[in-house]
Design a protein around this ligand. Structure first.
Ligand code: MG
Length: 404
């Protein structure tokens, strides 16, 4: 069985760089698309198969905001309150997980809503005893160190950017090790580390870098939130473009011989005649073509494989049953029949007067609006066996849509 791990999402910050209005909403509860920033984070960890427990650390003042989140997942533990610094908040979350005692733990900032399940997996993969994992991107811009004097910012030096990286979250640790490091830092009065990898470094653990996704941006200011909204829209429109609708079509063909009889059954409607179609069932050639088309659209073989002529139970059976069975099969695999079209090829009888009754019968069997059923007829211009009235042929097309 695959190992399961835990994540602490630190969402206790006040976001002092975000805004200064008195009634401002902390950045982790700001809306990003149709969900708040924190909800996006939680959803990403719910989506990861590697994560079994999600511990959110909230500000004691944000209980109401947090309770409005919708996250129906048994992975999500009861939120705990944070402390006065990020480090203390994080420690609260970590130590709360003692009863679960996961092997590996990730620590994630609620301000990074675009974390992907790939990054989550890559970080977990890189964690080893004594080694923690940190997602990071190399710095490409030139770095300047500056000082401010009389409101003027002056460059002091250019910092060589070789081997400089930007640290992200989630950062990953062996649970027992990061607990010890946090406890040691706290015991020695070090309470202002800005991330957990820094605590690990201080505790003489090794930190390896994992290739991070530059899209995993951190929302610090209201400008970042605007940027995040644009990024979200872009991602969604790309996805929409890639979402190719799953529409499948199938075709069906059948032919039956005409013999002396008391009426011809087509699409379940008995048309008065001194002939009938010859076959094992009621020989409804049009219904057989439609059924085969539907079976074709859902990849379920052909009518003969479901209702073999050798099976005595189908002797003289109404072909309505065959179409009904194909409809059930389509529904079982979440297929929605959107259209059925059949062409009946014969010199006689005339189809026109019975067309509406045929459409109605098929629509009822399939549970479809009659507008989605088409019955057409043509002669064979007296050419060949069908043209000589020796039999009737039918050709059909079925359209089935799959997906949500
Ligand atoms: Mg047949």
């Amino acid at each position: 069985m695959q190992e399961k791990h835990a994540v602490v999402i630190v969402a206790a910050g006040r976001g002092l760089r975000f805004g200064d209005a008195n009634d401002f909403i902390p950045k982790q509860y700001q809306m990003l698309g149709d969900k708040c920033v924190l909800q996006h984070c939680i959803n990403q960890f719910i989506a990861s198969d590697l994560i079994a427990h999600i511990q959110v650390v909230i500000n004691a003042d944000d209980g109401e905001l947090y309770n409005e989140l919708i996250a129906d997942s048994e992975k999500l533990l009861l939120a705990v309150s944070g402390g006065p610094s990020r480090q203390e908040s994080c420690a609260n979350g970590i130590f709360t997980l003692a009863k679960i005692n996961p092997e590996k733990i990730l620590i994630h900032d609620a301000a990074r809503p675009f974390v992907t399940t790939k990054t989550i997996g890559d970080v977990i993969e890189a964690i080893r005893p004594g080694i923690c994992a940190l997602p990071a991107t190399p710095i490409n811009d030139t770095i300047k160190r500056a000082t401010t004097s009389n409101s003027t910012i002056m460059v002091e030096e250019t910092v060589p950017r070789d081997n400089l990286y930007l640290a992200q979250t989630p950062q990953g640790f062996i649970y027992r090790e990061i607990c010890q490091a946090h406890k040691k830092a706290n015991d020695q009065g070090h309470i202002d580390f800005t991330d957990d990898a820094a605590i690990a470094e201080w505790a003489k653990m090794q930190v390896v870098l994992v290739k991070a996704d530059p899209a995993n941006l951190k929302i610090t200011t209201s400008n970042d939130l605007e940027l995040a909204n644009r990024q979200l829209q872009l991602t969604r429109s790309n996805k929409a473009e890639l979402m190719i609708p799953d529409i499948r079509t199938g075709n069906g063909y059948d032919v039956h011989r005409l013999i002396k009889g008391d009426g011809v059954i087509l699409c379940g409607v008995k048309i008065p005649s001194d002939k009938k179609l010859d076959g094992h069932s009621d020989a409804d050639v049009a219904m057989h073509a439609i059924t085969d088309a539907l079976l074709g659209a859902i990849g379920e073989g052909d009518i003969g494989s479901h209702f073999p002529p050798s099976d005595r139970q189908w002797k003289n059976a109404s072909s309505n049953k065959f179409l009904n069975h194909a409809c059930t099969l389509a529904r079982e695999i979440n297929g929605t029949i959107t259209h059925l079209d059949v062409s009946i090829i014969c010199e006689d009888p005339k189809i026109g007067p019975h067309r509406e009754a045929m459409r109605k019968n098929i629509a009822e069997i399939c549970g479809l609006d009659i507008k989605r059923i088409s019955v057409k007829a043509t002669t064979n211009e007296e050419i060949g066996a069908i043209g000589r009235g020796e039999g009737i042929a039918a050709i059909a097309t079925a359209t089935v849509v799959f997906g949500p």
